[in-house]
Each structure stands twice: as C-alpha cells, then as structure tokens.
Design a binder for this molecule. Sequence first.
Ligand code: COA
Length: 202
Amino acid sequence: LSTTIDIFVGKETAKYIDIVSEWRIKLFREYPYLYVGDIEYEKKYMQGHATDKQAMIAIAKVDGMLAGFSTGFPLISDSEIVADVKKLVSQAGDDIADYYYYGEIMVLPEFRGRGLASMLYTAQDNLIKSWEFKHVCISTVVQEENHPLKPAGYKSTEGMFEHMGFVKNKLMINYPWPTIQHDQSIKEVNHQLACWTKSLME
Ligand SMILES: CC(C)(COP(=O)(O)OP(=O)(O)OC[C@H]1O[C@@H](n2cnc3c(N)ncnc32)[C@H](O)[C@@H]1OP(=O)(O)O)[C@@H](O)C(=O)NCCC(=O)NCCS
C-alpha cells in the first residue's frame, strides 16, 4: 500500500473544510469527547484556517484514499479554542508567538496502528520548524474513567502523546461543549483539558 502525506496551508485548506468538519462530528461523538457537533459551527471553525497564512490541514492518503488528517494553526491566532492555552503559556513566562497548536488528529479506524499519525506529525513538525516555531502544543480531554459510553478496550491517547515527546502541563484548562450523558441526554459540560507541549529545538 502506498501512503502519501500532503500539507495544505492557508487558503489551500478550503477544499478539505467540508470533509474535516464531517469527520470531526463523527469521531468526536465518541468517548472521550462525547461531543454533539453542529455542522455549520464546525465549518465556520474550519474556515478560520483558510484565513490564516500559517494554518494547515495535513492529509494522509493510502492508495489514494483519504485515511487521516491533522490540523494546526499558530497559537497567537485569535481562535476561541486556544484562549486558555495562551494564558497558560504566558503564565509560564513563554512567548506565545513561539508556539504552534495542533488542533486535532484523526485516522480512520481501519487505518490505525500503522504509523499514519506519526507521519502526519513529522510532516507538520518539519514545516513549522522551517517557519521557526520553537514549540508545539496540543490538548487532550479529561473524561471519567468509568463512563458507560467508554468502549471496551479503549486505550487513552496519553501514552501515544508521551511516546511522541509531548510533556503534560501540570495546570489544566477548561472548554465547554454539548456532551452526551450517561442516559444519552445532551448537556453543556465545561470539560477539563490537559495541555501538552513539545520542544521543536534539538
Ligand atoms: C489517535 C490516533 C490519531 C492515532 O492514529 P494512528 O495512525 O493509529 O497512530 P500511529 O500508528 O501513528 O501511532 C503513533 C505512535 O504512537 C505509538 N503509540 C500509540 N499508542 C501508544 C500508547 N498507548 N503508548 C505508547 N505509544 C503509543 C505508536 O507505536 C506510534 O509510534 P511510532 O511512530 O514510533 O511507531 C487514532 O487512534 C484516532 O484517530 N483516534 C480518534 C481521534 C482521537 O482521539 N484523536 C486524538 C485527539 S484529537
């Protein structure tokens, strides 16, 4: 099987906005996010990428089929998603202009476990290093361990991010979204998120 990774930057991201928005809604509906997405909100959020010269969507294809993607933008952007991440970085005494934020990474279930996520991040790391960013950050949601909607055999992504060289910040941030409850009803929940950073300097 042949795998390709391509990165689309700024306006070039426009052609992937619809598909990425659909995938976000589908995959984030699952544990640990349990997010009930709205397609119009999603598209608006993704359109923000097309207006930022240094925002990106990295696309993984296997034999020409879309298999995964990863997004990102400079932390300095005014996206509401990163407002608390910025505060955290500033409080630590760092310059937010040195940080790039990876928004979400997704690989379709049938293509997982064969290195696509690592390949996406490596390609993104190389590009943002060439733009002279010094650090990259991500966030992960903290969810109840014993949630009834947690699939059997679910493996947290924390091990993967540690393996990839990210370090978890001691302080947490918060972000609210409509969340599926134990009884399948939907409620706005202010979630706790862990913030992870990785240095791009060798
Ligand atoms: C998380 C996800 C993107 C991983 O994609 P993937 O293509 O299966 O990941 P990879 O096969 O590239 O694995 C990444 C690396 O982490 C390692 N790894 C994976 N899980 C690990 C764990 N629990 N502990 C330690 N290392 C782990 C792999 O061995 C691999 O290392 P390598 O490149 O050195 O071989 C995929 O499972 C997914 O789409 N999940 C749903 C969406 C999601 O939760 N996204 C993350 C937050 S936005």
